[in-house]
Design a protein around this ligand. Structure first.
Ligand code: ATP
Ligand code: MG
Ligand code: FE
Length: 341
């Protein structure tokens, strides 16, 4: 089984060929980072335009590198949502056109399911499992009792983890995207600035990062007003310590509550070195299998979409050529049939 997967939900134009849902035959990612960084964030219209320019070439490259012809393909998979509507539409149109021209079935994939199934490119999934999603738009704890079953047991009430990283980075004067910059600085800074931890109600698996973000902002500006300066590396380290402490504790609680046998950490922030190390050491002594994909498969890519598509394909999921983008899209609705009209 060979699946051509296409991902254009945000600011990377990506295509990949995946064999049997677990082997990467080719994986092409064209990032638009440079175009967006001068605006300090992703500009939706700019993203769509770049996708239009890149998508055909990226698909071509994925096929060439894999040395796979359209005839050998089993299906074409594409990210249906969530994401930027204009960006999603470019990938969806490309996938539909390719599927139509080559008479191939089309598979619609949920972007967050893709982030989770990136883990399957490293090792098989063992159920029940907990997936911790920490990305630019999501911070969630998802319980999976089997393939294709997604129950959200915790989520952010305000900002996503990646969003908090990007905003804090901006406050301390780091370029976009701020996550990797904070990660780099945190490693050399001292976590010596007192910042809050948002535990919420006793036993809650929900997250909140907006208070922490405000605390960073206030500390930074108050110091400035007093004519003092805070070391950016110390601020990065302090912020990161707060984020990691809460995420690790809630993840541990989720694993405990559900008797999970595997923990997957996924999404862009899962490439954070501090978070990876903290999770690994927390579960070091436990029997839980911890899977954190290599950094390149934590941030957006199409290989993960291919891995999720393979699972969906096995469950009979097929999308019509009338498939539309779903900019906001609850994960629980993906395989429920509500979208496959
Ligand atoms: P979503 O997947 O929720 O739709 P997205 O696709 O925009 O959002 P991803 O590409 O999964 O998000 O992740 C991007 C986010 O990850 C950005 O906020 C970025 O700052 C953050 N990020 C990337 N690398 C790191 C890192 N090393 N440390 C912390 N954050 C990071
Ligand atoms: Mg991105
Ligand atoms: Fe993503």
């Amino acid at each position: 089984e060979y699946i051509l997967a296409i991902e254009t939900s945000c600011d990377e134009t990506a295509a990949a060929i995946i064999r049997d849902g677990k082997t990467i035959v080719s994986n092409i990612v064209a990032s638009q980072m440079d175009s967006h960084s001068r605006f300090g964030g992703v500009v939706p219209e700019v993203a769509s335009r770049h996708h239009v320019e890149q998508v055909t070439m990226v698909i071509q490259q994925a096929l060439e590198e894999a040395q796979v012809t359209p005839k050998q393909l089993t299906a074409v998979a594409v990210t249906e949502g969530p994401g930027l509507v204009g960006a999603l539409l470019v990938g969806i149109q490309a996938a539909k056109t390719f599927a139509f021209c080559h008479q191939l079935p089309l598979i619609n994939v949920h972007h967050i399911a893709g982030h989770i199934y990136a883990a399957q490119l490293s090792e098989p999934l063992t159920f029940p499992l907990i997936a911790l999603i920490v990305s630019g738009g999501h911070t969630e704890l998802i319980y999976m009792k089997e393939h294709g079953s997604f129950e959200t047991i915790g989520q952010t009430r305000d900002d996503a983890a990646g969003e908090a990283y990007d905003k804090v980075a901006r406050v301390v004067g780091l370029p976009y995207p701020g996550g990797p910059e904070i990660d780099r600085l945190a490693a050399v800074g001292e976590a010596n600035i007192p910042l809050p931890r948002a535990w919420l109600e006793e036993g809650s698996l929900d997250f909140s990062f907006s208070g922490l973000k405000s605390a960073v902002l206030n500390a930074w500006h108050n110091a400035k007003q007093r004519g003092e300066t805070i070391d950016a590396a110390d601020m990065a380290a302090s912020f990161q310590a707060s984020v990691i402490e809460v995420i690790v504790a809630k993840t541990k609680e989720a694993v405990k509550q559900t008797n999970a046998r595997q923990l997957i950490v996924a999404g862009g922030v899962a490439s954070n070195k501090g978070l990876r190390a903290a999770i690994q050491s927390e579960f070091n002594q436990s029997e839980v299998v911890v899977t954190i994909p290599p950094s390149a498969f934590c941030t957006d890519n199409a290989a993960m979409i291919g891995a999720a598509a393979s699972m969906a394909w096995a469950r009979g999921i097929r999308a019509p050529l009338s498939l539309n983008a779903r900019p906001s899209y609850p994960l629980s609705q993906w395989l429920s049939g509500e979208n496959n009209s």
